[in-house]
Write a protein that binds this ligand. Sequence first.
Ligand code: ADP
Length: 358
Amino acid sequence: MNTPLTVTREKLLAALDAVQDPVNGAGLVASGALTALEIAESGKVVASIEAPADKAALYENARKKAEETLKAQHGVTQAIVVVTAHEAKPATPKGLANVKVIIAVASAKGGVGKSSVAVNLACAFAALGKKTGLLDIDVYGPSAPTLLGVSDQKPRALPDKSIEPIKVFGLTTMSIGYLVNAETAMVWRGAMATSAVRQMLEDVVWGELDVLVLDLPPGTGDVQLTLAQRAPLTGAVIVSTPQEMALADVRRGIQMFEKTHTPVLGVIENMAYFVNSDGTHAYIFGQGGARKTAEDVGVPFLGELPIDVSLRESCDAGAPLVATQPDHPMSKRFIAFAEATLVNAASAAKTAPIIRFE
Ligand code: ADP
């Protein structure tokens, strides 16, 4: 890539966030108005701001300011900022009208077991007798089709253009991976990913659900933030490993949800330890990092998941452990996490979310 080294996404986002959103007064990034930012190798930058249809005119000044701000950045050769209007976001998108609780499962980076946790947590809600859905919007690696063993199935489009989800293991499921292959999803950027997610939330016939679990893409950037904002989230569960780095990871995750006023319902420490044949624990990735951070920051810690071969094998086999071996000790942990998450969701709904963060 020949992009001038001086142009970094972080710098441009920081500059854009200094421009005020005329409707809610926050920075354009923090408010979620900025939906896409593309940086070409030539130094040309294209950004889009999404405005409610009835307020689009108010954004003209902010658009101009954003363009000037971008142009003033070292290394930017050309800047174009567009305002796209969207219909006022209904409190609840049509397809979600009968969904009671929506829980996002998030992680600051890939490979920590976020998707495995999302799928098994969804099965755990189902095991508790809840009507449960799973929506996999991990554009960087949609894994629900594999984890659920339904890679060969395609959702049907109904005559009214709505989409029929795939039902498997008692779950109502939808995944970016059902619609396009992983490589295609991977190259989607901001605006495209956002509109695909909007379609999956609004056009899928979710029906009546007690809980919908959302598997977010790993990371805590603006893509994740925008996607998370598409759904009226009840709260989020953050998955992390115990490494030293987990400390920063968990904090970043919490910070992201704080921006959208989404309560963090719990942190799960995955791959916490390995049980040796003599029953002792080996703390391969260090001990207790995620737990400590959750406690420090003041968000609930749901518990630990050890490294477990059955979990890995069941994931590879497309047969979620909780659904196929509900009495397995790992399954019992997932069911306990699901119970605690629902309790925290109910109390979060009663009190305005207050997330301490320093
Ligand atoms: P992510 O969604 O964070 O990228 P995945 O859920 O795809 O991570 O998990 C990455 C790999 O780690 C998968 O092969 C999965 O089976 C395995 N894995 C996740 N959690 C555990 C665990 N607790 N014990 C053993 N293997 C695990």
